[in-house]
Design a binder for this molecule. Structure first.
Ligand code: TXA
Ligand code: MG
Length: 323
């Protein structure tokens, strides 16, 4: 049975309050939401997404008062960032309060919290009057959805309603920060650039790839090496590197490539002007289109490692076929 897609926010709020699952738009990507305080609803999220239970969820809310009910201690630099960027694409991992079910945090003593900026998401959460646990609304390990149709393709027979809020305007998941004593650590580069974060609180720690232990022992288990992946093998390569085997190759790159385009059956240019913000809005949809082209392989050219380029390169590295 496929679930309805619509714009009925009060219907969606009722479903959430009654323990059901609603996919909803945020400015980053679509989320697969359930009442964060209802362990049965949270269990249904893991089941629908086929997500391993060691990978904790972000709890979303529209009212700041929830922050104080869900978390214990808020470092002063976290507070400064909330004042500067909430509602927005920034998630804080903070010591959790008793009321947060262990399933939400996969047994960790911390909980990830975020106030999304999308007005429809805010209305939904205000009407539901519960905090909403929501991973990205895709099957585990696959590409994140940036429109209602993407959600329907993977989850419509597993959830109760898809609330259509149009295409996501940021296009890449939120940046995730945690605190180690007073030092902010970037667990996931995302929709708010490191430059913007550092302009408010000074330098943040950026763990290198090598510091990220795999799977269960990871500080942020969603940072698994293989993640955010299309079905087609993807190779991250500089322009001009030897191409992978295969007669039908696709290319995803920032700007129109000068000479290599003729080697490819399909080319996705993320931003003709080289604008990384525009590139982020097109990123996941471009990979989905390439994935649907029946290609032997997708080649991705790395983006500049600045602004949102850092988050997009991170997703490309995790989508690569051979590490
Ligand atoms: O933009 C976003 O963040 C989207 C929208 C829906 O808000 N959500 C999203 O959720 O991307 P998800 O579940 O796909 O990614 C959440 C990330 C994962 O990397 C997870 O491991 C990490 O946050 N995370 C959640 N709780 C954590 C915790 N207590 N400690 C460390 N990492 C945590
Ligand atoms: Mg995800």
């Amino acid at each position: 049975m496929t679930c309805p897609i619509g714009t009925d926010v009060s219907k969606a709020a009722t479903i959430l309050r009654e323990g059901g699952l609603v996919a909803f738009a945020t400015e980053t990507v679509y989320g697969l939401g359930g009442n964060a305080l209802d362990p049965t609803a949270v269990a249904r999220i893991f089941e629908a997404k086929q997500r391993p239970e060691f990978d904790p969820l972000i709890v979303h809310f529209a009212e700041r008062s929830w922050l104080h009910r869900l978390t214990m201690h808020i470092p002063s630099s976290a507070r400064m960032l909330m004042d500067a960027f909430w509602p927005g694409p920034l998630t804080f991992v903070l010591p959790k309060a008793e009321i947060v079910p262990d399933l939400v945090t996969s047994g960790l003593p911390t909980v990830a919290v975020r106030m999304p900026a999308h007005p429809q998401a805010q209305e939904l959460m205000r009407l539901a009057d519960v905090p909403v646990a929501a991973p990205s609304a895709n099957l585990f390990g696959r590409l994140s959805p940036t429109c209602a149709q993407h959600v329907a393709e993977q989850l419509s027979d597993r959830i109760d309603y898809i609330l259509d809020g149009g295409p996501s305007t940021v296009g890449v998941e939120s940046s995730v920060l945690q605190w180690n004593k007073d030092a902010a650590v970037l667990l996931r580069p995302g929709g708010l650039s490191v430059e913007d974060i550092e302009a408010v609180i000074g330098p943040v720690m950026i763990p290198s790839e090598a510091d990220h232990p795999v799977a269960q022992s990871s500080p942020s288990p969603g940072m698994l090496p293989q993640h955010y992946a299309p079905q087609t093998p993807l190779f991250l390569q500089d322009a001009g590197s030897p191409l992978p085997e295969g007669s039908r190759l696709g290319l995803v790159c920032l700007q129109t490539p000068a000479d290599t385009a003729s080697s490819f059956a399909c080319v996705e240019v993320l931003s003709p002007t080289g604008d990384l913000v525009e590139a982020a809005t097109r990123f996941f949809a471009a990979l989905r289109r390439l994935d649907a082209c029946g290609l032997d392989a997708i080649v991705a050219h790395p983006l500049p490692e600045t602004g949102l380029g850092r988050a997009l390169n991170d997703r490309l590295r995790r989508a690569t076929y051979q590490l």
